[in-house]
Design a protein around this ligand. Structure first.
Ligand SMILES: Cc1ncc(COP(=O)(O)O)c(C=O)c1O
Length: 476
């Protein structure tokens, strides 16, 4: 491997990213140590099908997705640009629905939500999780069936709860004693009886290859199983005639590629189901095991096999319920990233290429932590390629950085790009469909990029890019 000035870099050992535990809570990546860069890939032009959208490839050297050349996308829509492969996303929706026949698949809208994605969900027969009044508004704005919506959140306001009740959402997942009282009151006031689930903190925290089955009660989400808070929540709900308790909910982490953590969580939830039956004579009919199913971001990552996860989860739930003498509840899963992540890429234009002698080359692109904050926020890994052409130049250890006023503003921490990379080239970053547009911000007054969907050789804008006028709107 050479840097831009020809020095030999450290490519001697491939560092397999170690994923380790961290304080519990919702988090959308692992934090790798990155002590040394990975090995350069054999072929810098390769579009690894495990990482890139299902319809992507190279035509005349340029990256194409959905039959559309990224150079045309950049010309017609500008950069940075979020590009979604509609066929990829919709086929993953179908994969989940087919693998989970007899169960409910609720897409976690926080991963990325817009009107068009809601239309795709509706057409493909999925449910939808929303975590705020705003996400609920997006779903309702295009007529998504409210009974297929679950409302989440650790601090839903009275206004958000009222809106959910007015809409008649299918489920509300309650997250605190305060909320139980608030929702009970609002439902009674309105004369309705919403279906509720209790979000249970099982003490299991899972990310990719590891899970920790102790000591993760210290977080803002859910009601603790071990402290008895979850059981107390059940008591309080059952005492309120305006609420219908239908099940328990648990979400154990992110980027999970095996079922070990789910098994421990399901066992623990089952102990509570048994306790509820013994104490109240009530058998809860539903169990929601949340989301967190992993995808491949870099060559080394394992991609999740949906069918394996589906069969594994079903078997786990059946086994733990059978051994506890309980009927098998209806299962719900809430995948976000694994549906929307792999089908999305971000397209950037290279502005400057700066070599820091003997270390690496900094490739500045025209976006950054405003359109993808995951790398800066929690050290996420990504794959980037030169997208506007092929190159047979040697590999150049690169850091793809943004244009923001933060030295931690990077999109791809370590990758190899061709040593002839130059300003004006287009770079594509793979697997940016989840938690990039939804976490986008306007730092340094950068407008949020447009989102286009590509399919069958055509591209159409599904979210308009912001303009400076948008940024100034509302300022007095
Ligand atoms: C309750 C709940 N369900 C589902 C998800 C979706 O997780 P993922 O996108 O990793 O599948 C999350 C993510 O934070 C969550 O908090």
């Amino acid at each position: 491997m050479v840097t831009r000035h020809g020095q030999t870099g450290r490519s001697d050992s491939l560092i397999r990213v170690s994923r380790f535990a961290h304080p519990a809570g919702d988090r959308h990546a692992e934090t790798p140590p990155h002590e040394r860069p990975p090995l350069a890939p054999d072929d810098l032009n390769r579009i690894n099908p495990a990482i890139w959208p299902r319809t992507s490839g190279r035509t005349d050297g340029a990256l194409t997705i959905g039959g559309v050349d990224v150079r045309d996308l950049a010309r017609d829509h500008g950069t940075p640009l979020y590009v979604f492969d509609e066929d990829d996303v919709r086929s993953r929706m179908r994969d989940w629905v087919n693998a989970f026949t007899g169960s409910d698949v609720h897409y976690a809208g926080k991963a990325f939500l817009c009107k068009e994605v809601v239309r795709w969900l509706d057409a493909e027969g999925l449910g939808l999780d929303v975590a705020s009044g705003g996400e609920l508004a997006v779903a309702l704005s295009v007529g998504f069936p409210p009974e297929r919506i679950t409302m989440h959140g650790n601090n839903k306001s009275a206004a958000e709860l009222r809106r959910a009740l007015d809409a008649g959402v299918g489920h509300i997942v309650v997250d605190s004693f305060d909320e139980i009282a608030r929702l009970g009151y609002l439902a009674a006031e309105k004369g309705v009886r919403p279906k509720v689930m209790v979000r249970v903190t099982t003490g299991v925290e899972a990310h990719t290859h590891e899970f920790i089955a102790t000591a993760h009660d210290d977080q803002k989400f859910g009601l603790s199983l071990s402290s008895g808070a979850a059981a107390e929540a059940v008591r309080r709900i059952l005492a309120l005639p305006s609420l219908e308790l239908v099940g328990l909910h648990s979400h154990i982490g992110s980027q999970i590629v095996d079922t070990g953590g789910f098994e421990v969580a399901a066992r623990r939830l089952t102990t509570l189901l048994v306790q509820i039956k013994d104490e109240h004579g009530v058998v809860l009919p539903e169990l929601d095991l949340g989301g967190g199913y992993g995808i491949a971001y870099i060559d080394d990552d394992e991609a999740l096999d949906v069918k394996t996860i589906a069969d594994g989860l079903r078997e786990i739930v059946e086994n733990v319920c059978r051994s506890a003498g309980l009927p098998v509840p209806r299962l719900t899963v809430e995948p976000g990233r694994s549906i929307i992540g792999p089908g999305g890429i971000t397209l950037y234009e290279v502005g400057t290429v700066k070599d820091v002698e003997g270390l690496r080359t900094y490739v500045s692109i025209n976006g950054g932590m405003s359109d993808n904050i995951r790398t800066a926020l929690y050290g996420a890994d990504y794959t980037a390629v030169l997208a506007s052409r092929e190159s047979d130049a040697g590999p150049m250890l690169s850091r793809v950085v943004g244009k923001h006023c933060e030295s931690g503003d990077m999109v791809v921490r370590d990758c190899y790009l061709p040593a002839d990379l130059a300003p004006g080239d287009l770079i594509a970053v793979a697997a940016t469909g989840a938690y990039c547009r939804s976490l986008a911000n306007n730092y340094n007054y950068l407008p949020k990029p447009a989102v286009v969907a590509v399919s069958d050789g055509r591209a159409r804008v599904i979210v308009r890019g912001e303009t400076e006028e948008d940024l100034l709107r509302g300022q007095l």
